[in-house]
Design a protein around this ligand. Structure first.
Ligand code: SF4
Ligand code: SF4
Length: 151
């Protein structure tokens, strides 16, 4: 990867998602506060879910209904993952947040949202450092979105 990475957290923190779906069940107003890249918006529209995207202050978000993501099933699963084996990269990165500025990835942990949703993934499983290869794949995807190679 040609981009540099700056970590805003201790990579020895242990995290393993327990797939509780809580991060898909807290809405801010009528949106889930995870930003979509424009290419993801196009993809969601092509899947036939254009009404599920909301545009606020130049940013696209997934619509929330009754305080949960419109794609969350009654079993707390993601409709997009079930039907298409895909979900927006910021959903997959959570609780890590990523900004790519001037070829530098700035990674942080979204403590505020994690504590609001009661994320139970912290403290167990491998360290984030041990999962860096997986994380790099997601960063590569972000780079493709930002540099415009994925449509
Ligand atoms: S709240 Fe945390 S543990 Fe639960 S699904 Fe989201 S990331 Fe995974
Ligand atoms: S798109 Fe899927 S993973 Fe993302 S918030 Fe909605 S239900 Fe959760």
């Amino acid at each position: 990867m040609r981009q540099q990475i700056i970590l805003g957290f201790d990579p020895n923190i242990r995290f393993e998602c327990v797939k509780c779906g809580s991060c898909c069940r807290i809405a801010f107003g009528n949106v889930i506060p995870l930003q979509l890249y424009p290419q993801e918006v196009s993809k969601i529209r092509r899947m036939g879910y254009g009404d599920s995207v909301i545009y606020i202050d130049h940013v696209h978000y997934i619509r929330a209904v009754d305080s949960h993501c419109v794609f969350l099933t009654d079993d707390y699963l993601c409709t997009l993952r079930i039907r298409y084996g895909w979900s927006p990269v910021n959903c997959r990165l959570f609780p890590i947040t990523v900004k790519l500025i001037n070829d530098v990835f700035i990674l942080d942990l979204n403590w505020d949202y994690s504590s609001k949703v009661g994320c139970r993934g912290f403290g167990s499983g491998p360290t984030i450092a041990e999962r860096f290869k997986d994380l790099e794949k997601l960063l590569h995807e972000v780079a493709e979105y930002v540099y415009g190679n994925v449509y």
